[in-house]
Design a protein around this ligand. Sequence first.
Ligand code: GLC
Length: 610
Amino acid sequence: MNAIKISKMIFGCRLFNQSRSVLGFIKSPNSNRSLHISLPRFLGLRCAINQTHKQYSVSYPKWGRSRVFPATCCSSSNNNNSNKNDHISDYSTTLENHANDKNFETSYMQGGGDLDEPACRTETEVEKEAWRLLRDSVVTYCGNPVGTLAACDPGDKTPLNYDQVFIRDFVPSALAFLLKGEGEIVRNFLLHTLQLQSWEKTVDCYSPGQGLMPASFKIRTVPLDDTKFEEVLDPDFGESAIGRVAPVDSGLWWIILLRAYTKITGDYAMQERVDVQTGIKLILNLCLSDGFDMFPSLLVTDGSCMIDRRMGIHGHPLEIQSLFYSALRCAREMLATDEGSKNLMRTVNNRLSALSFHIREYYWLDMKKINEIYRYKTEEYSTEAINKFNIYPEQIPYWLMDWIPAEGGYMIGNLQPAHMDFRFFTLGNIWSIVSSLSTPKQNNSILNLLESKWDDLVGDMPLKIVYPAVEKEEWRIITGSDPKNTPWSYHNGGSWPTLLWQFTLACIKMGRIELARKAVDIAEKRLYADHWPEYYDTKSGKFIGKQSRMYQTWTIAGYLTSKMLLENPEKASLLYWEEDYDLLEICVCALSKTGRKLCARGAAKSQILV
Ligand code: GLC
């Protein structure tokens, strides 16, 4: 047996900090949580391996590529995997606290999962290739699979940080594996990134808040002596990222993935672990801490999510708000209902209610609302003001007047005092459907808009990350003249096939599966031939992106996840949320119980009720 017990491994690990203050950790005898201790010049989680192990941890750039997992049911890749299955069973015995999980381990982890078996059909050549590439992107740490590299482009001589495991990029990979019945890599990923969360992190002598999840991590193999090597998990919290952006979405995705893992595998023991509960609470505390905010939405800097470069999305961008809302809903399901979590649970409920009101009411845009804004009076003072954020009607962009369809609407990209960002951001809109941040009526309207503006938002490659692009002087000011984000390229109106799985999920939820099929068909025709690019350029997504990586893992995984969801739409229900009437109730109660108006909900209540 080649697997190392992770519990033992953690004891043997050290943190490692190259130039900054240093920390290691030991385990508290009374908790699963690690305590920090000082250790010089180390960064990352480390484990010692001898040469026997080295065969499973080939050093960079090939590490992790040799690992292949068993496929289920009709997968053609089953053929060569009988010997590999041994490793899988070994891995499933490696994690601590799983005395209660025996049934789970045997039924789910040994391939096939404990889900109903997927309908058997032969995989297409495109799917086979996608699975091969996805498995090739898997990285191992001390012999265990822990994530997938962002891209494995053999022709790319300067991978920058694409040779790392990104938290957000791993989500579609995780879902593909989970839907295939292979939960172990996801469990390892969740537990290892949890350890990274405890890191002491510093950027130029400043330590960001505890609970922050890294944007990505890398596994480095360092020689100890002639025969021994050590593997090091080296996280990036933004201190090496271009622009030093804080990955606010990482912790939110981590919670969302944890819930998906639990729902799909049935491994509820995982979320009950003390360290996992603490991890959830740390993320929540960071997001829910008091600041100077007047809004329930989360205030962040530019580039703190999938769009990780300056694109004018600082403040309260929709993507962060929908992920925040989803993460709060996940946490509400997963937090242990004991005395210790009572206050936190109350805060979560109140925030959910306030956030959904705020977004439904103030971010929603359709023809009627534009007309209202067009006729807004400005400089209003009082809690009863109609134009609360003092939006000057001149802000309504010309393109929008012609573009907005009679049927349909969407959530705007951002809202600040005297500022509405009218751009359509696809991920935020899709994810507000998935999480029920928007009302059922709004959900349908967003899909109506996507359908009626198909050529603009889907075109030759699904899906446009944002519509429209910023151009000319606006591009210069908003992006800071970023040559990667030129109009209709990359984050500035490029088309990102990874968004396909989220679109598929939203369509299945709203009973509009034909829309998702149409989009997947378009993508399928090109992705394989084009070598799975990261993004496409031009208004319709006609060309492979100027600086696009090939063999981008979340493009591949997003495609596979979409295919599997379309094939088993009932599984999608494990990944989305329905309207929660209790939350609306909290909102209504808060309004009616107080004699004094605590908020202006009374004056603005057009969207709150379904
Ligand atoms: C780009 C994307 C970011 C992604 C990363 C790795 O920076 O903007 O969302 O996580 O590439 O693929």
